[in-house]
Design a protein around this ligand. Structure first.
Ligand code: ADP
Ligand code: MP5
Length: 268
């Protein structure tokens, strides 16, 4: 038996390659995890926005999960765009049934251009079924506001939100700081029920941020697959995304993707 670490992404496909399944698999590869995927939706998407969304029938999502479970047990997994309550329920019951570990939940809701990647009526299902299964939950600030029902305007609000989300059952929470005002550094706040840790970064003023959230959560997932602790995984993910934003590829005319090679070129 091989002991190659395997990571699974359960997410939507981004035809433009900067976010979703494509960003996740590129990140897994860069950090030394064998990547597998369960596609929940296909988006027609580029750096200018999302032009169309086709949800995969829930039976097909369940079949993809079962094919992986029957043959290839992942050491870690992440969820991204799940789109509907029925897909959330299918994914959650699969995670429970197979007792998957190292579950990273990125509660993707809205694309940078404003398109809805999670139906409004699915937010309750996310809170009820998936949040309690999350080993690490990685909301951005607007997502944390949706999940808590509270406005987040300062550091105290972010700490309170992290505690609230821990109360809903997520074991560890990282509230990402990308959406803080431009004059603020993009500090990511980690909370595990005991420790509150700030992961600092340097804000880069750029439009090349398509897929930052996906890439960050995928880097955490890859690191967990290779056996790192949650704190080590978040630390590497923060450096990985900082480098990926710092060396943009300038592809397309809108919100361009980040550079998934940059971290390896600098650190490996
Ligand atoms: N302009 C930026 N400069 C540096 N880091 C950033 C920038 N924007 C986002 N990040 C980092 O990228 C990751 C994703 O953050 P965020 O933009 O909040 O998530 P999302 O893509 O889900 O909206 C976080 O680690 C955040 O701190
Ligand atoms: C298929 C898919 N999944 C997720 C995102 C969110 O992207 P981001 O990481 O920039 O929040 C996206 N635009 N498309």
């Amino acid at each position: 038996m091989s002991n190659t670490p395997k990571a699974l992404t359960i997410a939507g496909s981004d035809s433009g390659g900067g976010a979703g399944i494509q960003a996740d698999l590129k990140t897994f590869q860069e950090l030394g995890a064998y990547g597998m995927s369960v596609i929940t939706a296909v988006t027609a998407q580029n750096t200018k926005g999302v032009q169309n969304i086709h949800a995969i029938p829930v039976e097909m999502v369940a079949d993809q999960l079962k094919s992986i479970a029957d043959d290839l047990r992942p050491e870690s997994l992440k969820t991204g765009m799940l789109f509907s309550a029925e897909i959330i329920e299918a994914v959650s019951s699969h995670i429970e049934e197979y007792q998957w570990t190292n579950v990273v939940v990125d509660p993707v809701m809205i694309a940078k251009g404003g398109s809805e990647l999670l139906k409004k009526d699915a937010i309750e299902a996310l809170k009820k079924h998936l949040l309690p299964l999350a080993d690490i939950l990685t909301p951005n600030i607007p997502e944390a506001e949706q999940l808590t029902g509270r406005k987040i305007e300062n550091k105290q609000d972010r700490e309170d939100a992290a505690k609230f989300l821990h109360g809903l059952g997520a074991k560890k929470i990282v509230i990402k700081g990308g959406h803080l005002p431009n004059e603020n550094e993009p500090v990511d706040l980690y909370y595990d029920g005991e420790r509150m840790i700030e992961f600092e970064g340097k804000r880069i003023i750029t439009t090349q941020t398509h897929g930052t959230g996906c890439t960050f959560a995928a880097a955490i997932t890859a690191e967990l697959a290779v056996g790192k602790s949650p704190i080590e995984a978040v630390e590497t993910a923060k450096t990985f995304i900082q480098e990926a934003i710092s060396a943009p590829l300038h592809l397309g005319s809108g919100h361009g993707p980040t550079n998934h090679w940059a971290y390896r070129r600098k650190y490996q």
